[in-house]
Each structure stands twice: as C-alpha cells, then as structure tokens.
Design a protein. Sequence first.
Lengths: 79, 287
Amino acid sequence: MTNMENLQAIYREVLKKPDLQLTPELTARDVDSWDSLAHVQIIVEVEKKFGVEFDLDDFLAIRNVGDFFKLLARYGVDL
Amino acid sequence: MEILPIKDSDLVPVCDFLHANLPSQITTDNWLAAFRLQWSNNRPNHGFMLIHEDRIVGVVGAFYSQQLLRGKTVDICNIHSWTVLPEYRSDSIYLLIKIIRQPGFHFTILTPRAQEMEIYRFLKFRTIITRMVITANFPWPFARLTGLRSVTDTGKLQQVLKAEDGRIHCDHTALPWLKHIAVGVGDKFCYVIYQCIKLKNLPVAAVLYVSDPELFDRYRLALGHALFLRGLLFMRVESRFQTALPKLSIVQKYPNPTLVLSDLLVDADVKNIYSERTALNLDGVVL
C-alpha cells in the first residue's frame, strides 16, 4: 500500500466510512462521525503507522485534510 | 465558531446550558453558586465556551484554587463539565486545549467519562487509578480509653487543624452538604471531609478528603465510631486515601480514574476538594 492508501485506510477505519475519499478540502464538518475523539484516534493511528510524533501545535494546525498532508510532508512522509 | 473565556457575566447562560445538557439534573442556581465560589485570587475565567452564531454550543468549566502543597502555594485548575452539543463535537477538543494552555496552572480532572479517556491521554494527562472502598462503621467503646477525640465544632476544628487544613476547612465550611470531622489526640489529628449520601438506601459517609492517610488508618475505628453515632452505618473512601485496605471491606470493581496534567503534582497532591465534588451537592447525582 502507498502512504496515501494507508492514510485513507486509517480515516475510513476510524470514521467508519468505507467509501470515504480523502481530498485536501475535507474537514470534520463534512463527516458526521468525525468528532474530537475520532480526530485524536486518526492522529494516534497515523503516528503509529508512519513512526512520527506530533505535538499540540501540529494538532492545532490541522483544519482540513490538506493541512494534514502538509504536516506529514514536514515529517518526511511523502504522499 | 469561536472559543471565549467564561466571565462572570456569562455565568447565567453557561449554567443554563449545563443544566439543559448534562444528565446530572443540577439546577442552574446550584451551578451558579458553585461557579461563584472564590477559591483563588488568580482566577482568569470560569472555563471556556464554544460559541456558534451567538449561541453557546459547548462548555468546559474550571474551578481555580490556590492550594498549599509542601509549604508552597500552587495554582490548580480543576476541569469539569466538558459538554458540547453533538453537532459541534469535532471542535470540542479545542475547548480543552484552550484551558490547558493557560500558563502557570496545574490541571486535574476528577470526574472524567470513560469515552473521553483517549482524548485526555492524547493531551498527556496522567491517570491515577483509585477505587471506592466501603467499610461498615461500628461502635468502638475504646475511643475514650485511648484518649482519642473527635472534633466537629467549627471553632474547635480550627484549633486542632494544621494551617493547611485550617484553610481547607475555611474554604469549604460554607457548603452545607459537607461535614467536617477531625479525629486524634495531642497534635496528631486526621481531618476528614465527607458527605452523607444514600447507597442502596443505606446511610453512608462518602469521604472526600483525608488529611493524612496514615493517621486515617490508625484512627479508623474511632472515626467509624463517631460516624456510627451520627447514624452513618458505612464509610466510602477512595483506596488512594488509605495505606492499606481494611478487613471486611468491599472494593468497588470498576476504578474511578483521576487525571492530572502537571510536572509538579504527585498523586497524593490530587484531592477532591476545590472541585465539583465539593462545590456541588452530589448525593444521587451522576456527573
């Protein structure tokens, strides 16, 4: 699986949306099951999968999926 | 959507919101009285609220206190009543982040909900596992022989309590659902704050504060005797307030986690006082 496929799989699993398509514009408001707990679970799963560790400022910088793409790129994860 | 600090002028709508959206059935007036308790000269707000189109859609409450710990005054922020309307829960964590990013405070959460624990762990809260232990109170005829005294009178309590406990007593004495007792002899008194509650319709002393776990264990029988004379047949105490579990005690199966975010507070520093556990009459209430 590519990094993008892995990331998409995490979102689908946590949000329980098997058909979810990640786009840079996607936000929590677009998915009804995407609450704060799901947000934390996505972050934690991504940390585990890609071997990175985000801090609280990173977390606060993520307002949509595109922000997360950029953040991952900063940590050396190419999507 | 914006997150604003809760000021005095916001308290009525905030308390209305908590009354309407928490299952506890605590009235707006009771919430108001609790929020208005002044336990710190360093109270920047009463927590934070999430606002959408001029409407409160989420709240996280805070009780600030200045507590004497090992001779030093420490600013503690006890976080409570984190409540966000379902359609805004993608933003609820930002309320918490806002509160814990206030510099100079040490943070506790005494009544976390199980489904929130993963979020608290993510925010680096440390979990203290504690369980409720229930024991029966009995008449103990040797209390007088040992010279132990039980003191409940407000004026006399101030005479036997150490400075730190004297201040705790002063800060909580106006709350009528809290009962205060000190048991001991000479200059060794154990100060206990409890609330009379009913469990399975039995009268129970639900202990909220123990000044000294070692003295508490040593004087347990005398304390049980004093409580028995007040019609309280059982005593419920957290395991962390005791150095050993007494014989014939019932230990609650499910733990009561307590959370702390601090590089200073050790487990023993985290108390139930200066919190929703003491500011509100919680007999029969589910937080």
